[in-house]
Design a protein around this ligand. Structure first.
Ligand SMILES: Cc1ncc(C[n+]2csc(CCO)c2C)c(N)n1
Length: 228
């Protein structure tokens, strides 16, 4: 299940945020997806917020492509920019179409405070930093979803008739593990040769974006909106 190799920088990152990740796995929103008990109305709120999140998140792949030092890396970021916009977001468009929420309505969704803070933190760190900063911010998003997807699929077993089947299948699908594994390899390569101060900055990005992942689940479950 774990893709991380011992002694790598990625392992250091994973360990440094382990308590945050455990809180994510135990969160009632994630547990509710697993049991199928999460109210569909909360799930749809999450999907709409996630849709506008992904538009901003996808820009990190674009920044990564600009900051890449070779064509293989540039191509990897470009292909995931395409994948996010045209495949992952299709899942959201499909769920929304099923309950009568149009594409236009999805695009008009206003980001809630935690959502806006999360994407702005990543975009600022990515723009100011190197490709290593871009990857440290991107990683918790893809990697934590991979671990959630694997845990949920294992716990649920047969997904037939499960209300969140498409969601669980997307994040536990083959191909997604490849994406995460490649991200870890890039992270280790980008961290190579960096001094301790730089590594700590990357670790800090990883911990903060992991905490934002928790906040995204929390916001989706409790509906933390703008106070006025
Ligand atoms: C808040 C939030 N965090 C993580 C993901 C998952 N995710 C976003 S982009 C990507 C990689 C490939 O497109 C993955 C796995 C999400 N949807 N929403």
């Amino acid at each position: 299940m774990t893709l991380v190799k011992k002694g790598t920088f990625a392992e250091r990152l994973r360990q440094s945020a382990d308590d945050v990740w455990e809180a994510i796995f135990a969160h009632p929103f994630v547990q509710g997806i697993k049991d199928g008990t999460l109210p569909m109305e909360r799930f749809m709120y999450y999907m709409k917020q996630d849709y506008v999140y992904l538009i901003e998140y996808a820009k990190l792949f674009a920044i990564g492509a600009v900051k890449a030092n070779d064509l293989t890396t540039m191509g990897w970021f470009a292909s995931h920019l395409d994948g996010t916009l045209n495949r992952e977001m299709d899942l959201h468009r499909q769920y929304c179409a099923e309950i009568g929420v149009s594409r236009e309505e999805l695009e008009k969704e206003q980001a809630a405070p935690s959502n806006l803070a999360y994407t702005h933190y990543m975009l600022s760190a990515a723009q100011q930093g190197s490709i290593a900063d871009v990857m440290a911010c991107l990683l918790p998003c893809a990697w934590s979803y991979y671990e959630i997807g694997m845990r949920l699929k294992e716990a649920v077993g047969d997904l037939e008739g499960h209300p969140y089947r498409a969601w669980i299948e997307m994040y536990s699908s083959e191909g997604f593990d490849v994406m995460v594994e490649e991200s870890l390899q890039f992270m280790n390569a980008f961290a190579d040769g960096k001094n301790e101060e730089e590594l700590q900055r990357l670790e800090n990005h990883f911990i903060i974006t992991s905490k934002f992942e928790f906040m995204f689940w929390d916001m989706s479950y409790y509906g933390h909106e703008w106070p006025v």
